[in-house]
Design a protein around this ligand. Structure first.
Ligand SMILES: Nc1ncnc2c1ncn2[C@@H]1O[C@H](COP(=O)(O)OP(=O)(O)OP(=O)(O)O)[C@@H](O)[C@H]1O
Length: 609
């Protein structure tokens, strides 16, 4: 079933407003909308017109780019909430919401000093880690490349990826730790991707890849730290989503760390439901991330097009299953995503999903502890004792790599020694698998961030209360996400942001009478939307607990990536997109004019799907 899923971002419902809030009197930088005009596409497109045909590899050309200043907002988000867990919730919440930025499902971010410190620490540590892990990656890639369609393959990729940082190239980078190779060798599931080859060919020819090698066809949207453009690697018919960030603007708005976090996370990812970063390069003014383009738009837009503005339960099962696998992988890398919402779930050309937007993610070190397996002695893989990693997050977060030196030791069916056979879930709960699934548990559960990060309706209670939070916030947001896809609305939405936050913390979960959804779906939502994180589903064993829930009965986790998606976007007719470099360039330039800020509703609906 085809759907007309546009990649052009309409006005987002959950758009973020971001403010960096200092608790306990630290420096404050705040931005109400956070949607600055980071790159003026007219200028950008003119620039591209001028340079795409005559690229000389000279990055200084980028000086010609005219970028408007970011729009600074005035909102200050100072609050002392979050410093004491013993405060009366209402009092505390009251303090919190007083400083919540108004806006529809806006986002708040407040970083306490300690997180800033740890992030800096993380980036310093990154250099040594990066060097170390690159070596490991190549050897592991050899052992992991073969078994693709199996649960084990998923995990092997995950394990491999976890020590495979820096597999994309940074052409002109201020980060010396980035490795300088770019190869699909390190991304087995992308092995046949022509886009890698196209990029490599340009590098081979010109030495470096730069902005001038791309034609920017269309602005796809604008986030807090940059604008994203549909771009063609000139003359190749290879298309990408390029995030362009104005470095000066980032610096003046104190967003450099966020941009760096996002870049480093993207560089570390290798998963079918997470973005592929093909390249990162810097010009004098811009930092550019070249990513896979998702033509299907986001799930928020797609949901609006569904009858009743909600998805059928089967479709929900599919999307949530893919998101779950992506979150599981992120947690294994020690990354708490923190920003799950339908707007951040993009649809690829094949209908599978891709989580996007990592600038609010929390990175922490996962320090695995061994949990002895007690499974069957007959398993030939188990000549040696088999263990699974149970990482305990340590503070300060130091890097994004779990220090699991031998991930493959976890790829055997296992059950914890504490669990008797009787207690095991019946096979039917794990779908079609005949043998128990391997369980790799790598939950950064103990991570503690005091940041106030998220989107109002998706914020976990512990974030609102400022109790410190870890990976369990992602399971809360998964519950909200599941609810919204099924019912077409979120469960705790109030008349305003303040009311929403009160509801999240204090109101019980309720389900609407319509549409009718299965008991299993509601049960899963109930498990995920437990206000106390310690009692929340998946707190102890992460994604595994969710995978085994009856809602997912029949899901073969190993084959999710091969399952038929509910909807497949119509193929993009790229050639019909007016080329900025063609005679219709002026018109195209006009089409690429952009709104003042994200969420203003001024996006031009350039419906090329
Ligand atoms: N790979 C992609 N393919 C297609 N569209 C994309 C892609 N990446 C981002 N977009 C679109 O570009 C827009 C801006 O994305 P971006 O990640 O910069 O901002 P955001 O998701 O609003 O979050 P933030 O404000 O935190 O940066 C979004 O509307 C998104 O849908």
């Amino acid at each position: 079933m085809d759907s007309k899923a546009s990649a052009i971002a309409p006005q987002k419902q959950h758009h973020k407003t971001a403010g960096i809030q200092a608790i306990e009197g630290k420096d404050i930088t705040s931005s109400k909308t956070g949607k600055s005009e980071l790159a003026a596409p007219e200028d950008l497109s003119k620039y591209v017109q001028n340079t795409s045909k005559q690229y000389t590899g000279d990055a200084s050309e980028n000086k010609k780019l005219g970028i408007s200043n970011p729009k600074e907002s005035a909102d200050s988000l100072i609050s002392k909430f979050g410093t004491s867990v013993s405060l009366n919730v209402n009092e505390q919440l009251s303090g919190a919401v007083d400083h919540v930025v108004n806006g529809n499902r806006g986002l708040q971010e407040s970083s306490v000093d300690h997180e800033k410190k740890t992030s800096e620490y993380g980036s310093v540590k990154g250099s040594s880690v990066s060097a170390k892990v690159s070596d490991g990656a190549s050897s592991l890639a050899k052992t992991s490349g073969s078994a693709k369609i199996s649960d084990r393959a998923d995990l092997v990729q995950s394990g491999k990826s976890s020590i495979c940082r820096g597999s994309t190239s940074s052409d002109v980078s201020d980060e010396s730790t980035c490795s300088s190779f770019s190869s699909s060798v390190n991304r087995p599931h992308m092995a046949n991707d022509l886009r890698w080859e196209a990029i490599q060919a340009v590098r081979a020819k010109d030495g470096v890849l730069g902005l001038g090698h791309f034609r920017l066809l269309k602005r796809l949207g604008c986030g807090d730290i940059g604008s994203v453009y549909l771009s063609e690697l000139s003359g190749t018919k290879c298309y990408f989503a390029m995030k362009v960030m104005d470095k000066g603007s980032l610096a003046s708005r104190k967003k450099l760390l966020r941009a760096q976090t996002e870049r480093e996370i993207l560089q570390s990812l290798d998963h079918p439901f997470l973005p592929t970063l093909y390249s990162h390069f810097e010009t004098e003014k811009f930092s550019c991330l070249v990513m896979e383009f998702c033509p299907g738009g986001d799930l928020h837009t797609l949901r609006q097009k569904q009858p009743g503005k909600h998805f059928p339960e089967q479709a929900v099962k599919f999307y949530v299953a893919e998101v779950l696998l992506a979150l599981e992988y992120l947690h294994m890398l020690g990354i708490v995503y923190r920003d799950l919402k339908p707007e951040n779930v993009l649809v690829r050309d094949d209908g599978h999903i891709m989580l996007s937007d990592f600038d609010l993610s929390l990175r922490c070190a996962v320090s695995p502890t061994l949990v002895k397996s007690s499974v069957v002695e007959s398993d030939p893989l188990r000549k040696n004792p088999v263990y699974c990693v149970q990482p305990a997050c340590i503070e300060p977060p130091s890097c994004i790599q779990p220090s699991c030196v031998a991930p493959t030791t976890c790829f055997s069916p296992r059950l914890f020694s504490s669990k008797s056979k009787k207690d095991r879930k019946p096979k039917t709960e794990t779908g079609n698998q005949v043998t128990p699934l391997p369980e790799l548990i790598a939950e950064p559960t103990d991570a503690r961030s005091m940041s106030f990060v998220g989107t109002h309706e998706y914020l976990a209670p512990e974030i609102i209360k400022g109790e410190g939070h870890g990976s369990a916030v992602d399971w809360w947001t998964l519950g909200i996400f599941l609810y919204e896809l099924l019912f077409g609305k979120t469960p705790f939405k109030g008349s305003g942001n303040r009311a929403t936050l009160f509801n999240v913390v204090g109101q019980p979960l309720r389900f609407p009478e319509a549409p009718v959804v299965s008991f299993a779906a509601r049960d899963l939502i109930r498990g995920l939307l437990v206000k106390e994180p310690l009692n929340r589903l998946a707190y102890k064993r992460g994604a595994t607990e969710i995978k085994q829930h009856p809602f997912f009965e029949g899901v073969n986790w190993a084959l999710v990536r091969c399952a038929t998606p509910p909807e497949i976007p119509k193929p993009v007719e790229y050639e019909k997109i007016p080329s900025p470099a063609s005679s219709a360039g002026e018109k195209a330039g006009h089409h690429m004019s952009i709104p003042d800020q994200k969420g203003s509703g001024n996006y031009l609906e350039f419906d090329f799907f």
